[in-house]
Design a binder for this molecule. Structure first.
Ligand SMILES: NC(=O)C1=CN([C@@H]2O[C@H](COP(=O)(O)OP(=O)(O)OC[C@H]3O[C@@H](n4cnc5c(N)ncnc54)[C@H](OP(=O)(O)O)[C@@H]3O)[C@@H](O)[C@H]2O)C=CC1
Ligand SMILES: O=C(CO)COP(=O)(O)O
Length: 345
């Protein structure tokens, strides 16, 4: 039995706590709202985020220092915009060196840093190489119902990746390992932008052809930027790449798809975000990806179009027209040269 503090009691933190509790671990689920901790402990429910009974063995905490007492593993699962703040709070409390796993999917606008880089910056006890990221096609709603799910855990520290694999692995939650932290983080963050696009396309009334095109050409963009930033291109063919792209672009559970769908139907972004009541990471990540594409001079027309819609520069229909009328080209043009360049390095 491992003592694990799960920081973030939203849908994903709750679902992953259930996996850990099913595996017999001592799970402390931390929330920054006292009334939520009391509610979870007295009712074993967190219905604001998930319609599921929470195992009695999971205890919710409001006091962070109590939640962190003697833990061997910390699982960070707050939205990207809260990562720095939560890491600073943890840093002020712990003096030991637990294994840090994060399951957050985003990139910070401005700094253009991935989540593991933010953790590394904020936590003095942590070394970048030791951080583990957990990612893959895994909606909280299905994980909490113990539906078959596969994810990947990646770390430069192979031992820590195996620790994470053993911690979560069970008969309905299959966990693979990888050492491509950059690829796994970027795949998870960037697919949310394409999922917004898929939702917009559905909201506009376009069909499966358009969505399949967005998924495929979106994957080309993710691979283009990711490989440029040092990821292994093969990672984008894996669970945290194409796997997560498919699930997020096609599932009604997806917050990003749902938000996009409402935007495509003509709703205002602020209204949409208020209606969602949960984090829609793609809205913030698209700002970062757009900045990345400009800074690194990477062609990302879908990302650019979603950026223009989110920032009310263009209407969804105009972006579709813009994408369909780009210059004619060979499909594998840039990806083939990207792989060639990589091989000769
Ligand atoms: N939901 C899913 O299926 C999956 C989500 N993810 C990723 O996991 C991350 C979290 O998503 P998810 O659980 O869905 O988000 P939710 O919106 O469901 O929950 C976010 C949780 O974080 C809490 N929180 C926000 N800011 C802070 C803060 N400053 N300090 C402490 N707690 C804070 C929220 O508290 P409050 O209730 O007060 O707002 C809430 O409990 C995202 O990066 C997402 O992309 C990854 C895979 C699957
Ligand atoms: O990352 C996810 C599934 O793997 C969750 O995506 P959403 O945030 O769009 O629900």
């Amino acid at each position: 039995m491992t003592k694990v503090a799960v920081l973030g009691a939203g849908s994903w933190g709750t679902a992953l706590s259930i996996v850990l509790a099913d595996n017999g671990h001592d799970v402390r689920l931390w929330t920054h709202r006292k009334e939520q901790a009391d509610h979870i402990n007295s009712t074993h429910k967190n219905e604001q985020y998930l319609e599921i009974m929470i195992p009695d063995s999971i205890r919710a905490y409001y006091e962070l220092k109590d939640a962190l007492q003697g833990v061997e593993v910390i699982l960070l699962v707050v939205p990207t915009k809260a990562i720095r703040e939560v890491c600073q709070q943890v840093n002020a409390i712990i003096s030991h060196k637990p294994v840090i796993i994060h399951a957050t999917k985003g990139i910070e606008p401005g700094s253009l840093k991935r989540v593991s880089q933010l953790i590394d910056e904020e936590m003095t006890q942590v070394t970048y190489e030791d951080i583990v990221v957990l990612s893959g096609p895994s909606h909280a709603e299905e994980v909490a119902q113990r539906q078959p799910t596969t994810v990947t855990v990646a770390s430069i520290n192979e031992n820590n990746a195996k620790v994470a694999q053993d911690l979560f692995f069970n008969e309905v939650f299959r966990v693979y390992t990888s050492n491509d932290v950059i690829g796994i983080e970027l795949g998870g963050a960037l697919k949310n932008i394409i999922a917004l696009g898929a939702g917009i396309s559905d909201g506009l009334g376009y069909g499966d052809n358009a969505k399949a095109a967005l998924i495929t050409r979106g994957l080309a963009e993710i691979t283009r930027l990711g490989t440029h930033l040092g990821a292994n291109p093969l990672s984008f063919l894996g669970l945290p790449g194409v796997g997560d792209l498919i699930v997020t672009c096609t599932s009604v559970h997806s917050r990003n798809w749902r938000a996009g769908n409402l935007l495509g139907k003509g709703n205002d972004l602020q209204d949409v975000l208020e209606r969602m009541g949960m984090v829609v990471e793609g809205v913030r990540t698209v700002q970062a990806a757009y900045q990345f594409a400009k800074k690194e001079n990477i062609e990302m027309p879908i990302t650019e179009g979603i950026y223009e819609i989110i920032n009310s520069v263009k209407k969804p229909k105009d972006v579709v027209e813009q994408l369909m009328n780009r210059d004619k080209r060979e499909e594998m043009d840039d990806l083939a040269s990207l792989l060639r360049n990589r091989n000769t390095r």
